[in-house]
Ligand binder design. Structure first.
Ligand code: SAM
Length: 256
């Protein structure tokens, strides 16, 4: 489990906001990945599955998908959302850096840029090798990567939501560090819960992310043993990456 209690932890308020802010299918990635995995007859693993925004629609589509996540709050929401949808999955509390399964998967899918949360380059390379080792020969790795243009952005984020309970939830994110050499950014998020005009809970989370260049990530995949690397931009399978794309989807194969 994470050793630093606040970095990339997705605590209770963050998890609650995640589900209000990103309902199923609100982002284009779910339909894009569902189309790719239509009739995929092999087990899929979603590392960093969070609260099941991707995992639950995959289960509802009849796909065999397991997930892990280090955040107890996100996993609890995932279990509750599986139960509400009448589906069940192998869900465990693990992290990229040391996850382990006795079985192997036909695919590993990391939607929406969560791989950036491995903010150290050597650790990220080791995670790619761990992905490789957990795939069957011929298995595929699909990773959405946020572009370097996201690192170059301001990283400012200031929003509010009204929860179904009536609580007002706020989030203020400020970029607190940018390491251009390491292609790494730290953003400090202050989350608050307001009830009847009074602040009843607050929480500080630090998001540490590493962003990859297009060729750099291709080389890292190949160094981990993957072949046949292909890249799609903007969740549009008809085209390759463009300079303004905020998300690039990499697909790579563990050779048979
Ligand atoms: C942006 S959410 C993505 C959730 C889900 N994949 C989705 O598509 O909505 C990122 C998730 O990464 C998880 N996470 C953070 N650090 C992690 C780590 N070291 N290993 C695995 N997951 C991690 C967080 O707990 C959070 O649930």
């Amino acid at each position: 489990m994470p050793t630093d209690p606040v970095t990339n932890r997705y605590g209770a308020i963050a998890a609650e906001i995640y589900d209000i802010d990103k309902p199923y299918f609100a982002l284009p990635d779910t339909a894009f990945h569902l189309e790719r995995f239509q009739n995929f007859g092999r087990p899929i693993l979603e590392p960093a599955c969070g609260s099941g925004r991707t995992l639950v629609p995959f289960l509802q589509a009849g796909l065999d998908i397991a997930g892990f996540d280090p955040s107890e709050e996100m996993l609890a929401r995932c279990r509750a959302r599986c139960a509400a949808a009448g589906v069940s999955a192998d869900l465990t509390r693990q992290r990229y850096e040391d996850f382990a399964y006795a079985r192997r998967f036909g695919a590993i899918l990391i939607p929406v840029g969560s791989f950036t949360l491995v903010d150290d380059v050597a650790a990220a390379r080791a995670v790619l090798r761990r992905f490789f080792d957990h795939l069957e020969p011929g298995g595929i790795l699909v990773v959405d990567q946020q572009g370097l243009n996201v690192l170059a952005g301001q990283g400012q984020d200031r929003r509010r939501w009204t929860a179904p309970s009536g609580d007002v939830l706020t989030c203020e994110g400020i970029r607190t560090h940018t390491d251009w050499l390491g292609q790494r950014a730290e953003t400090t998020y202050r989350y608050e819960r307001w009830r009847d005009g009074r602040l009843v809970e607050s929480q500080l989370d630090v998001m540490a992310q590493r962003y990859w260049g297009l060729e750099e990530f291709r080389l890292a995949l190949e160094a981990a043993g993957f072949t046949d690397v292909s890249v799609v931009g903007g969740y549009d399978r008809r085209r390759g990456p463009r300079t303004g794309d905020r998300v690039l989807t990499f697909e790579a194969v563990r050779p048979a």
